[in-house]
Each structure stands twice: as C-alpha cells, then as structure tokens.
Design a protein around this ligand. Structure first.
Ligand code: SAM
Length: 286
C-alpha cells in the first residue's frame, strides 16, 4: 500500500506519472495522518461520498473505516495514479465529473442503495462555498457533511451573531445542520502548501425543521439583511423592494420588540425566523 501522507511518495508519483499540481483545481493534498484518521472516523461506518480524491489519500483512510466509498473527481488526468494507489481496495468507486454539475441524488441511488451516507472532503478552495451550499440546499439524505475548508470560511460557517464573520453563509449552515469546527489544520499539512490555514467543519444534518417560518420568506429576509450589512435591517429590507416601505418595516420590527434601527448582523436565526413569520402574516412576498 502507498503511504500517501509521505511527501517523498507524493513526489515520486508526480515524477513517475508526469503529474503537475493544478492550482486552478485547488489541488493541495493533505498529509497529516491524524487529521485524515479523524475525518474517516467521524464519517462513519456505512457509505461515504468523497469530493475530490486527488491521489486517493483521504479515500484510502475512508475505505478502511466505511463499507463503501464513492469519490467524484474533476481531473481525469489523476486516473492512472488513483488506479495505482487505490488498487488494493474493493469498496471504492471513482466517478470523473464536476461535482457542481453532478446530479448527486441520482448517484446516491445508483451507488449506495439505501445505505446511510455521509460526505467527507478536503474541498478545493476555489469552489468551497458553492459546494457546501449545493450539498445542503439540495436536501440530500446525508447524515453528516465533514469538510476541510479555508480557515476563514470555517469561521464564517460557525460564527456567532454580531461578529464580523456572521452572515448569510452562517445562517444557511445553521438552518440545515449543527456545525462545529473539529480541527484546525495549518497550511504546512498540505502539499503543495496553500497560502492560508484550514480547518475541518463537521455538519450534522438536521432531520427536523429548525425554525418555524416559510423557507422562501426566511431566506429572502436573510439575503436582504446581509446584501448591505452596514445598513440597518429596515433599510436592507426596504432596498430589496420585497417588503414594502422602510417606515412599515420599521414599525413591524418595533412590534417584535426591536429598536427600529437594529442591524441584521446582530440577529440570531430564530430572530430572523420571527421576522419572516410576521412578514408572511402581513402578506409580503406572495
Ligand atoms: N482528497 C485529496 C486530499 O485530501 O489530499 C485532494 C484534495 S484537493 C484540496 C481537492 C481535489 O478536488 C483535487 O483532487 C481536485 O482535482 C478536485 N476538484 C477540484 N474541483 C472539483 C470539482 N468541481 N468537482 C470534483 N472535484 C474537484
């Protein structure tokens, strides 16, 4: 078996196959075996969908802990390497596709046949947020989604109201999952080393609705509130053109006990939900 956490082994494979890391595909391969082990352990014992296997480093750790691994890789030039490094496993399938253009639900049906499935991925940084949102918003039947992301993105995913990192991404992550940062990972743990540090975020997908408001209304309010985060909530909502005049919105916010000049960035997901519910009752955004 190949020790893909060894820089020497990675360099040898690069030489043997004439492989050059593609920055544009976010190819920074993880070499810290403790972190790899931890991700594989949390991902569980049934099915795992991996995004971006690279040379197969995380894939091999996952395959040792899980019944079945399906990995989606964009870069087809990795195929001869993956075919070599993962040759000893019989519970791994690799599909060469762009995850953003993939019908994930159809793949889950095809490969996992009713198994409980989690996602594990060291995500390519150029497309981290769109991938995370796709995984959550499509309401795919995942148990957990465990992703390595740039530290700044991880901070935004789990931020608290009133902090600079808190925003629409935090609220989307909180809406669909219970998220926590489980590991901080320095840039030196990757080959080639990226310019930024990373962290592993574990999202346990919520099976019950977390808030009591119409989803479309809720996300319209959140989007409007953070589109102009320096403005007051009433200004943000009024400028979206979806919720009536600033004066009406201010009154409505005051009815809920807030100062009419409150900023959206200070409100929790539950508070956004209360505002969305009242806007719904008053007939906005039909
Ligand atoms: N899993 C490996 C590891 O941990 O060392 C590699 C992770 S590397 C950060 C990201 C991987 O995602 C690369 O192999 C890259 O080619 C692949 N990738 C980039 N964009 C992708 C996309 N849109 N769909 C699927 N894979 C993609």
């Amino acid at each position: 078996m190949y020790d893909l956490t060894s820089p020497k082994v990675i360099r040898a494979l690069c030489n043997e196959y004439g492989f050059k890391f593609k920055k544009s595909y976010g190819q920074n391969f993880l070499t810290d075996s403790d972190v790899l082990y931890k991700i594989a352990e949390i991902a569980g014992e049934e099915g795992v969908l991996e995004i971006g296997p690279g040379f197969g480093t995380l894939t091999a750790f996952l395959a040792q802990r899980s019944k079945k691994v399906l990995a989606i890789e964009l870069d087809e030039s990795l195929k001869p390497i993956i075919d070599t490094t993962l040759a000893g496993f019989n519970n791994i399938d690799i599909v060469y596709k762009d995850i953003m253009k993939t019908d994930i639900r159809a793949l889950l049906n095809e490969y996992f046949n009713g198994m409980s499935v989690s996602v594990a991925a060291n995500l390519p940084y150029y497309v981290t947020t769109p991938i995370v949102l796709k995984l959550l918003e499509e309401r795919l039947p995942f148990k957990k989604v465990i992703v390595m992301v740039q530290k700044e993105v991880g901070d935004r995913m789990v931020a608290k109201p009133g902090t600079k990192d808190y925003g629409a991404l935090t609220i989307a992550v909180d809406y669909y999952s219970k998220a926590e940062i489980i590991e901080k990972v320095p840039a030196s743990s990757f080959i080639p080393a990226p310019k930024v540090d990373s962290c592993v975020v574990s999202m346990e997908i919520r099976t019950e609705p977390y808030i009591n408001a119409d989803e479309k209304m809720f996300f319209s309010v959140v989007k409007a509130a953070f589109a102009q985060r320096r403005k007051t909530l009433s200004n943000g909502l009024a400028n979206s053109g979806l919720f009536g005049t600033k004066e009406n919105i201010q009154k409505l916010i005051e009815e809920l006990g807030y100062d009419g000049n409150v900023r959206g960035e200070t409100l929790s997901i539950i508070e956004f939900s209360n505002i969305a519910r009242l806007l719904n009752e008053r007939g906005y955004l039909r």
